[in-house]
Design a protein around this ligand. Structure first.
Ligand SMILES: O=C(O)C(=O)C[C@]1(C(=O)O)C=C[C@@H](O)C=C1
Length: 105
Protein backbone atom coordinates (compact mmCIF):
# COMPACT_ATOMS: atom_id res chain seq x y z
CA UNK A 1 0.00 0.00 0.00
CA UNK A 2 1.25 3.47 -0.84
CA UNK A 3 2.60 5.61 1.99
CA UNK A 4 0.78 8.73 3.05
CA UNK A 5 2.56 12.08 2.77
CA UNK A 6 3.09 12.04 6.54
CA UNK A 7 4.52 8.50 6.56
CA UNK A 8 6.86 9.41 3.71
CA UNK A 9 8.05 12.44 5.67
CA UNK A 10 8.65 10.33 8.79
CA UNK A 11 10.52 7.65 6.85
CA UNK A 12 12.68 10.28 5.15
CA UNK A 13 13.59 11.81 8.53
CA UNK A 14 14.58 8.36 9.91
CA UNK A 15 16.74 7.55 6.88
CA UNK A 16 18.42 10.98 6.89
CA UNK A 17 19.27 10.51 10.56
CA UNK A 18 21.08 7.30 9.58
CA UNK A 19 22.92 9.18 6.82
CA UNK A 20 23.99 11.85 9.36
CA UNK A 21 25.18 9.12 11.73
CA UNK A 22 27.26 7.49 8.99
CA UNK A 23 28.68 10.85 7.85
CA UNK A 24 29.87 11.48 11.41
CA UNK A 25 31.65 8.10 11.33
CA UNK A 26 33.16 8.76 7.89
CA UNK A 27 34.58 12.11 9.06
CA UNK A 28 35.85 10.61 12.33
CA UNK A 29 37.62 7.85 10.34
CA UNK A 30 39.09 10.43 7.96
CA UNK A 31 40.42 12.30 10.99
CA UNK A 32 41.95 9.07 12.29
CA UNK A 33 43.49 8.38 8.86
CA UNK A 34 44.85 11.95 8.77
CA UNK A 35 46.60 11.43 12.11
CA UNK A 36 48.33 8.26 10.86
CA UNK A 37 49.30 10.02 7.63
CA UNK A 38 50.86 12.76 9.80
CA UNK A 39 52.84 10.08 11.62
CA UNK A 40 54.10 8.76 8.26
CA UNK A 41 54.94 12.35 7.31
CA UNK A 42 57.26 12.64 10.33
CA UNK A 43 59.32 9.74 8.95
CA UNK A 44 59.87 11.37 5.55
CA UNK A 45 63.19 13.07 5.03
CA UNK A 46 62.18 15.78 2.55
CA UNK A 47 59.30 17.27 0.54
CA UNK A 48 60.32 15.42 -2.63
CA UNK A 49 59.87 12.09 -0.78
CA UNK A 50 56.30 12.84 0.34
CA UNK A 51 54.51 11.48 -2.72
CA UNK A 52 54.92 7.71 -3.06
CA UNK A 53 53.22 6.68 -6.34
CA UNK A 54 53.81 2.94 -5.79
CA UNK A 55 52.09 3.07 -2.38
CA UNK A 56 49.24 5.14 -3.83
CA UNK A 57 48.75 2.46 -6.50
CA UNK A 58 48.56 -0.27 -3.81
CA UNK A 59 46.10 1.73 -1.66
CA UNK A 60 43.97 2.51 -4.71
CA UNK A 61 43.91 -1.11 -5.89
CA UNK A 62 42.80 -2.32 -2.46
CA UNK A 63 40.20 0.44 -2.14
CA UNK A 64 38.74 -0.44 -5.56
CA UNK A 65 38.55 -4.15 -4.60
CA UNK A 66 36.77 -3.19 -1.37
CA UNK A 67 34.41 -0.93 -3.33
CA UNK A 68 33.39 -3.86 -5.53
CA UNK A 69 32.89 -6.09 -2.45
CA UNK A 70 30.63 -3.41 -0.95
CA UNK A 71 28.67 -2.81 -4.15
CA UNK A 72 30.05 0.68 -4.87
CA UNK A 73 31.35 1.87 -8.22
CA UNK A 74 35.16 1.58 -7.99
CA UNK A 75 35.67 4.60 -10.24
CA UNK A 76 33.79 6.72 -7.67
CA UNK A 77 36.07 5.38 -4.91
CA UNK A 78 39.10 6.03 -7.14
CA UNK A 79 38.07 9.69 -7.56
CA UNK A 80 37.68 10.04 -3.79
CA UNK A 81 41.13 8.57 -3.14
CA UNK A 82 42.80 10.76 -5.77
CA UNK A 83 41.37 13.82 -4.01
CA UNK A 84 42.48 12.41 -0.63
CA UNK A 85 46.04 11.71 -1.82
CA UNK A 86 46.38 15.29 -3.08
CA UNK A 87 45.11 16.61 0.24
CA UNK A 88 47.35 14.36 2.36
CA UNK A 89 50.44 15.03 0.24
CA UNK A 90 49.80 18.76 0.56
CA UNK A 91 49.28 18.35 4.31
CA UNK A 92 52.58 16.45 4.73
CA UNK A 93 54.43 19.02 2.66
CA UNK A 94 53.11 21.82 4.89
CA UNK A 95 54.07 19.74 7.92
CA UNK A 96 57.62 19.35 6.53
CA UNK A 97 57.94 23.04 5.76
CA UNK A 98 57.20 23.81 9.42
CA UNK A 99 59.73 21.28 10.69
CA UNK A 100 62.79 22.85 12.33
CA UNK A 101 65.98 22.22 10.33
CA UNK A 102 68.41 19.57 11.64
CA UNK A 103 71.04 22.29 12.12
CA UNK A 104 68.70 24.29 14.35
CA UNK A 105 67.78 21.38 16.65
O1 LIG B 1 52.09 5.86 2.83
C1 LIG B 1 52.55 7.00 2.77
O2 LIG B 1 53.75 7.21 2.53
C2 LIG B 1 51.68 8.16 2.96
O3 LIG B 1 52.16 9.27 3.05
C3 LIG B 1 50.21 7.97 2.99
C4 LIG B 1 49.58 8.21 1.61
C5 LIG B 1 48.07 7.89 1.77
O4 LIG B 1 47.29 8.83 1.92
O5 LIG B 1 47.74 6.69 1.81
C6 LIG B 1 49.77 9.63 1.21
C7 LIG B 1 50.71 10.04 0.32
C8 LIG B 1 51.57 9.11 -0.41
O6 LIG B 1 51.74 9.48 -1.74
C9 LIG B 1 51.14 7.71 -0.26
C10 LIG B 1 50.19 7.30 0.61
Amino acid sequence: MALTEEERGQRLAVIRKEIDRIDAQVIALLGERARFVEEVGKLKPSADKVRVPERERQVLERACQLAVEHGIDPSFVEQLYLVMFDYFVDHQQKQLSQRPEESES
